[in-house]
Design a protein around this ligand. Structure first.
Ligand code: DGL
Length: 290
């Protein structure tokens, strides 16, 4: 079932041909907004569909099999509806599990978001690097392979937080959690050893940069925080090119789509509008778990 929360929010690409691409940015919830903002800066002329599978949130708790089935099903629906020229999987938890099956199933190009382990290994001076992600992402072979390939000389501290993605959603919805709760999740990132202490934290869940100002305030010592969003935006323009001259950004051409919409409050709507997504639709797709 499809429900328009804002009149005129949908469009049909079949009757609105345009030289500018439609870019679908996908996450389990609001975390992908951190990537969306950067991609929007790189291609302000493009049509954007921001899709949050809030019915499936949080992805970090799903098994690889359940997550793969879920993302394929949601993507089938979204690609059928919006016919994008490019899909950005703005979710580490999904990208580290589902990119190969997505590429096998659909012909549209996918840009994934995976833990920024190579940049972290290049940035560290002490060799103590933390990868802060979801429990799903830290458990993936994909993540272990990135560490083996790019961070062999580093002491990599993998931290899989069960609660931070939800805290980021709450922050954006106007219900921030306390400093004490946030610090409980953050402190495992900070390690001190004989040779030094953590100096780089790779934010490996797209929700976490939403909490960055609070992380910076609460951190027991200063570190370099790596947010992969600018690199994702560069990859998008590599694949589909720079903005088309003469095509101005049009906020009516950016829409947000959610698979449940259950948590959409007025603060949430305001946050979306502030991010350039005033139009919201619901594609009702309950998560059926066996
Ligand atoms: N934003 C997602 C990521 O980058 C995960 C949040 C979730 O657990 O759903 O990993």
């Amino acid at each position: 079932m499809r429900i328009d929360l804002l009149a005129g929010a949908s469009y049909n690409p079949a009757v609105m041909p345009s030289p500018v691409p439609t870019i679908l940015v996908f996450d389990s919830g609001l975390g992908g907004l951190t990537v969306f903002s950067e991609v929007l800066k790189a291609r302000p002329d493009a049509r954007f569909v921001y899709a949050g599978d809030d019915a499936g949130f949080p992805y970090g708790r799903l098994s690889q099999e359940a997550l793969t089935a879920r993302v394929l099903a949601v993507m089938e629906r979204l690609i059928g509806l919006y016919d994008p020229q490019l899909v950005v999987i703005a979710c580490n938890t999904a990208s580290t599990a589902v990119l190969p099956p997505l590429r096998e199933r659909f012909s549209v190009p996918f840009v994934g978001t995976v833990p920024a382990i190579k940049p972290a290994a290049l940035a560290t001076k002490t060799g103590y690097v933390t990868v802060l992600a979801t429990p799903g992402t830290v458990a993936r072979d994909y993540t272990r392979d990135l560490i083996d390939t790019y961070a062999g000389g580093c002491r990599v501290n993998l931290v899989g937080s069960r609660r931070l993605a939800g805290f980021a959603e709450a922050e954006l919805a106007g219900n921030p959690v306390s400093d004490a709760e946030l610090l409980d999740e953050l402190l495992p990132c900070f390690v001190e050893g004989e040779g030094g202490r953590t100096d780089v934290v790779a934010l490996s869940c797209t929700h976490y940069p939403l909490l960055l100002p609070r992380f910076q305030k609460l951190a027991p010592w200063p570190v370099t925080w790596i947010d992969p969003a600018p690199a994702i935006a560069r990859r998008v323009t590599q694949l589909i090119g720079p903005p088309v001259p003469g095509h101005e950004a049009d906020e009516n051409e950016a829409i947000a789509v959610f698979t449940s919409g259950a948590g959409i409050t007025s603060a949430f709507r305001e946050a979306l509008t502030a991010k350039g997504l005033p139009a919201v639709l619901i594609e009702d797709m309950p998560l059926l778990q066996g």
